[in-house]
Design a protein. Structure first.
Length: 339
């Protein structure tokens, strides 16, 4: 079992490091105060921009809440806020990188695309069916985290300062935030691969909408970040679960959990919380069915291609990357303990 866990971590390490680095670059280059200007005007445009801004940002379902509430306080519409709340935790440059490492190119492209479209559908649904927008909030709420990246703050002046700020966020704040969950996800993936028989997954979590419904019920209340959910989904797919059911878990798990649902209901309203859950549920299953259809008509055996990206890397490079990633994780955790 430990050999399987290490092999999964070894295959993903370089891609995780690359994704974390890109997260720091985005944090350095994106002026969050400028984002607000695009999220409170045209209802459709604000929803579209919120979904677009959210896709690459490396925030988990907990960390996205105070950021979304900050956007709301600064004038973002309810539809745009809901759109941002969905697209941001469902995907990010870090989870896209690990998707390529542990899944396959089709899932790597389809996952952020599905997250983007789900966010747009939810935002438009909020604008159509939600209560009249009151124009923002009077307070900023931060019940979930107080990480440096959670609030909209003034950007440090100068490119060097911005780059250093972005790298610190990526390799200290973000890495500290996801490392425990990522390791837990890899361990769970190893346990599934070692102990769960193939026949069990094929019989109960194979193809069809029933397996997707099960993964939806499992994913909605669970707190799991986009990166941590990836090795779990990969291990289940290798055991015989359909890629569509895996996608349902990858969309529902990171975007929803009990804390997020309660926060949306409290600060955007109960109707918005219902729209949020219904949109994610319907879209996750619909896109899951579509993904299964894509694999079926293309004739691709998903079990034959999942996790093959790591095979193209030299063994020494994977080992070095794993050691570097472990050292950076320990450093990030120790820095936050001292703060």
């Amino acid at each position: 079992m430990f050999k399987i866990i290490w092999h999964t971590f070894d295959d993903a390490s370089l891609y995780i490091l690359f994704g974390i680095f890109l997260s720091g670059v985005i944090q350095a280059l994106v002026n969050q105060n400028q984002i607000v200007k695009h999220l409170g005007k045209s209802k459709f445009k604000s929803v579209l921009m919120a979904a677009l801004f959210g896709v690459p940002l490396p925030l988990c379902s907990c960390g996205v809440i105070p950021t979304a509430m900050s956007l709301r306080k600064n004038g973002a519409s309810k539809g745009a806020t809901l759109s941002f709340l969905i697209s941001t935790p469902e995907t990010g440059v870090d989870s896209i990188a690990i998707s390529y490492a542990l899944l396959d190119p089709i899932m790597t492209i389809f996952r952020p695309l599905a997250a983007f479209l789900t966010a747009i559908i939810a935002g438009i649904s909020e604008n159509i069916f939600g209560k009249k927008d009151d124009g923002g909030m009077n307070e900023i709420y931060d019940h979930c985290c107080d990480e440096e990246g959670c609030q909209i703050k003034g950007d440090p002046a100068g490119f060097i300062h911005k780059f250093r700020h972005g790298m610190r966020y990526a390799f200290v704040d973000l890495l500290d935030e996801i490392s425990r969950w990522l390791l837990l996800g890899i361990v769970i993936a190893g346990v599934i691969s070692y102990f769960v028989p193939d026949t069990f997954i094929m019989n109960y979590l194979g193809s069809g909408w029933q397996s997707m419904l099960i993964m939806l019920v499992v994913g909605i209340p669970l707190y799991v970040c986009a990166s941590a959910s990836t090795p779990i989904a990969a291990s289940l797919i290798l055991k015989g679960m359909s890629p569509g059911a895996g996608l349902v878990f990858l969309l529902a798990g990171p975007a929803t959990n009990v804390a997020t649902i309660l926060m949306v209901g409290k600060f955007l309203g109960k109707r918005s919380a219902i729209i949020y859950l219904v949109s994610i549920s319907i879209c996750a299953i619909a896109f899951g069915l579509l993904l299964n259809y894509i694999y079926r008509i293309s004739g691709i055996d998903v079990k034959a291609v999942v996790g093959k990206a790591g095979d193209v890397l030299p063994h020494y490079l994977k080992t070095v990357s794993s050691i570097v990633l472990i050292a950076l994780m320990i450093r990030a955790v120790n820095i936050h303990k001292k703060v």
